[in-house]
Each structure stands twice: as structure tokens, then as C-alpha cells.
Write a protein that binds this ligand. Structure first.
Ligand SMILES: [Zn+2]
Length: 138
């Protein structure tokens, strides 16, 4: 498997996953942020799709010191992925991370107990369909 356009990211994702497996949550988190920061502006759906489950795993293993940051990563990746799939151009990760940290709204999937964006209609982990929001715009 050596496609000419093989992206760097899967290798980085493997490194991040290995760091996580060895208990280096903060290293995994740093790597994952770097991957996300490159993939998001490019609208790289494949990479974000690989990163999403890893971000969830990082959040699960994070301790008190890094959990908030891990949650931010998780939400960021999931939001970027949703936007990419919806064809929404995404802004820089930094405006998202540092610009409006309080805006992120989450909910917990009743099926798999994963944390997903509150606007999500389908759980990205297990495919559970949420009730449509009461006041749906657009
Ligand atoms: Zn679920």
C-alpha cells in the first residue's frame, strides 16, 4: 500500500494512537491537535474521519489535567468533520479553540454514551438517530 499521494496524517495518527496506548495521553493529544490543525483547513475528510475515534479515545483516557483540552479536541474534530461532510468551509482551528470556547454544546448519546455535538442528528460512533430538535431552523 504505497499510493503516490499517501498523506502524512495516517502515520501521525498511528503515532498518536501508540502514544495513547503507552499512556502518554498528553503526547497523543498534542499530536492529534497538530493533525487536526492541518486537516481542518484543507477539509481533509479522510484524515478527520480517522482522527475522530482517536480523539474520543483520548478524551476517555484523559486525566483531570487534560480532559478539558481533550474534550475540546474531540468537539473540534467532530465539528470539522460534520462541516466537511456538509460542505461548509471551515475556519482556522485556532479561532474555534480560542475564540469561542463557551459555545460548544454537547450531548451524550443514549445508545453508546459517547459525547457528540448537540446539533448532531446521528451519533458518529454508533449511528444512533437522535430526535429532531424542536425548533429546527433553515
Ligand atoms: Zn452513539
Amino acid at each position: 500500500m504505497s499510493a503516490g499521494d499517501a498523506p502524512e496524517e495516517p502515520r501521525d495518527i498511528r503515532r498518536a494512537r501508540r502514544a495513547l496506548e503507552q499512556g502518554h495521553v498528553e503526547s497523543a493529544l498534542g499530536l492529534a491537535w497538530r493533525i487536526a490543525g492541518r486537516a481542518a483547513p484543507r477539509g481533509d475528510e479522510a484524515t478527520l474521519g480517522l482522527l475522530a475515534p482517536l480523539a474520543g479515545e483520548i478524551e476517555r483516557q484523559a486525566d483531570d489535567g487534560s480532559r478539558a483540552e481533550a474534550a475540546r479536541l474531540n468537539v473540534f474534530v467532530s465539528r470539522c468533520l460534520d462541516d466537511v461532510r456538509a460542505g461548509v468551509p471551515h475556519s482556522s482551528p485556532f479561532s474555534f479553540v480560542f475564540g469561542r470556547p463557551g459555545e460548544v454544546r454537547l450531548k451524550t448519546c443514549p445508545e453508546c454514551a459517547e459525547t457528540v455535538r448537540r446539533e448532531a442528528r446521528v451519533c458518529r460512533y454508533c449511528g444512533h438517530r437522535f430526535e429532531p430538535p424542536l425548533a429546527a431552523g433553515s
